[in-house]
Design a protein around this ligand. Structure first.
Ligand SMILES: C[S@@+](CC[C@H](N)C(=O)[O-])C[C@H]1O[C@@H](n2cnc3c(N)ncnc32)[C@H](O)[C@@H]1O
Length: 276
């Protein structure tokens, strides 16, 4: 652990999914008391709310336009956002970096900024927030403990060899970017979603019911819970906030060999007490 030697400080917080209502009291106190809040929160109402709380407010969302520049992609945008946070820390300020949901779940900017700040001798920490996955568990009534849960980014699932277990819940994040390999565009195509379906079909029947989930981010919105057959995914409407939920397709299968091994173990010997 590199010792803290410098004055600037970074706290990455999550604002939850729902405007103003899912931020922890500790995160809110940093939003209010930090010298500056650097925000990458896309929801305009949440952004305005944070802006109203913050002493000084920097919005880095406009950096996504960098992707239109030749030779630049999302990774450059994320690096520039992290650098903006670090510049404020290096200026000796207490900086609160605000992200929607949980600041460390599918949010590489916070991880980058914390790693770099610590390496340069600044105090840096992350506070947990309520993620899309947390909302999903509540809204869909799915307990990830019942079957176990796999959770990964859609394109990562597509382009790497993954050992998928269809007896467990599978959550695919960012299906609206499925197979978008240029890292410059923010949409997918029906053809790419078909490739996703073909890969999923290695493990799931095409008539398996999957769920398109979008948590409401304000009291004015309704939560989207659309249940469709896997085969119909290419024609479904996907937006940047869609998460694809694939419930288990098959029942858990007992591993009889392990169960027999466990049953064959001797009872744990009793500890003898000193008095005895
Ligand atoms: C870059 S990740 C950010 C995740 C966020 N940090 C969190 O903690 O939930 C973006 C992905 O999160 C999921 N997501 C974002 N907003 C959502 C919402 N309102 N409902 C459901 N999933 C959402 C989608 O899978 C989306 O593509």
């Amino acid at each position: 652990m590199i010792p803290i030697t410098k004055q600037g400080k970074l706290i990455c917080v999550g604002t939850g999914m729902r405007m103003a209502g899912q931020v922890t009291p500790l995160a809110q106190s940093y939003l209010e008391t930090a010298d500056v809040v650097v925000s990458a929160v896309p929801n305009i109402f949440t952004r305005k709310w944070i802006q109203g709380l913050a002493k000084e407010f920097i919005c880095v969302l406009g950096y996504y336009e960098d992707c239109d520049v030749d030779g630049k992609d999302r990774r450059d945008t994320y690096r520039r956002m992290a650098d903006t946070i670090l510049d404020q820390v290096r200026a000796g300020k207490t900086v609160c970096a605000a992200f929607y949901g949980h600041p460390g779940i599918f949010a590489c900017i916070s991880h980058m900024a914390i790693k770099d700040a610590r390496a340069e001798g600044y105090s840096a920490e992350m506070l947990p927030g309520i993620s899309a996955e947390d909302c999903l568990v509540a809204d869909l009534g799915i307990d990830p403990g019942r079957t176990g849960m796999q959770s990964m980014e859609t394109t990562q699932f597509m382009i790497y060899e993954r050992n998928i277990d269809p007896t467990a819940l599978l959550i695919l994040w960012q299906p609206s970017l499925a197979g978008e390999l240029s890292l410059k565009r923010f949409e997918t195509t029906a053809a790419r979603i078909q490739v996703l379906v073909d890969k999923l079909a290695r493990h799931y029947p095409l008539d398996h019911t999957v769920i398109l989930y979008e948590a409401a981010t304000s009291p004015l919105e309704t939560t989207r819970i659309d249940k469709i057959a896997l085969r119909d995914l290419p024609t479904a409407h996907l937006v940047s906030s869609t998460t694809l939920v694939i419930p288990a397709a098959f029942a858990l299968k007992r591993d009889e060999a392990i169960i027999a091994q466990l049953n064959a173990l001797p009872e744990a010997p009793r500890l003898e007490t000193e008095a005895a």
